[in-house]
Write a protein that binds this ligand. Sequence first.
Ligand SMILES: Nc1ncnc2c1ncn2[C@@H]1O[C@H](COP(=O)(O)OP(=O)(O)OP(=O)(O)O)[C@@H](O)[C@H]1O
Ligand SMILES: [Mg+2]
Length: 348
Amino acid sequence: MRTAASARDTSAFVLERITAGTRLRREHDDIIRTALAAYAAAGRQAGQPGEDEGKWVHNSHRATWVREDCVVKVARSPYGETALRRDLEARGRIHAQARWSAWRQLVPRTLAEHATGDRFAVVEERLPGLPLSDLMDDVSLMARVRGRLADLREATSHDVAADDMVSTWFLDPGATVAALLRRHGHRRAAAAVAQWASDVAGSLRGTTCRVALVHGDLWPGNVLLGSRGRLGVIDWDQASFHDAALHDALHLTLHPVRTERRVDLGLLIRSLIVSRDDDPVLSAALARTEVGKFLHDTGITERDALVWYWLRHVDRMTREPGHATNPRWISNNVVAVATTIHQGRRTT
Ligand SMILES: Nc1ncnc2c1ncn2[C@@H]1O[C@H](COP(=O)(O)OP(=O)(O)OP(=O)(O)O)[C@@H](O)[C@H]1O
Ligand SMILES: [Mg+2]
């Protein structure tokens, strides 16, 4: 039966759809206008970006116009703008370092940046090649790419005092993740995470760690492979210049395993910590990361390296809108590992 209340609900629903449609159309027009202005700012002939000219890829934070001659990225949210600005800054710093010439050809140059009203866009060099996410079943190819990236990282490696890093690496993200766990009612797991961070920080004080340029989001989709093995690396918004190389090594190798198994990264890391000896595929994947090689750099154990990788992943993802309020994401990515840390503390 159609009641006054249901009629009201229906009209509210229709109105909402119309408003959302209008908002999306307006945003679409705005993005095209900004992309064209940014393209012109790069000194290019601005045509109308029709369906036939390049392709558009949208995610919730940015719209990316991939053209033959360049790539235009337009922010769709404040987070998207922050990420674009961080990416711009990191790529600029890499290109400014004369000593890092080996990296420079892998990293897109900025051709222009452009701000209109409240929208921000960047035009960057288009790197040739296919994303490794389309090639990651090729085990020997992936091994070659890992080896090449490891060699490149050497060029940026240097020593730092652990005391200068322990807050950024362990204490601050430990506090963020503990607060998130407390908000979701997991007080003991929160305490265990904070204690883990404090213990590892304590064990490193007074030591020296070997660090390098770390991309921070080195999943295979952000690595492009061109002809004759030429590599390209995009999306530098999570980069850090004094960081543990194990993060990129773990991410590049474990991300495909997680994609293949269709599990959240937290669940995969939990399996790596508690049951990888029963899972030959997982053991082999961890061996491929060669994480052991990097442990000397930071003086931590393999288990702590995996927990650190997890902590960093969660800390980063909670900054992206949406995750910290998604119960399924919290359960599979945060609680799954935090309770394992808590149980580990009780049994040791
Ligand atoms: N400088 C570049 N050169 C060549 N291709 C690029 C460049 N930047 C982005 N691309 C391509 O544009 C597409 C969209 O990239 P973008 O990074 O915006 O989104 P995404 O990779 O889906 O998101 P994310 O990496 O944040 O998960 C991808 O196919 C990527 O390979
Ligand atoms: Mg990308």
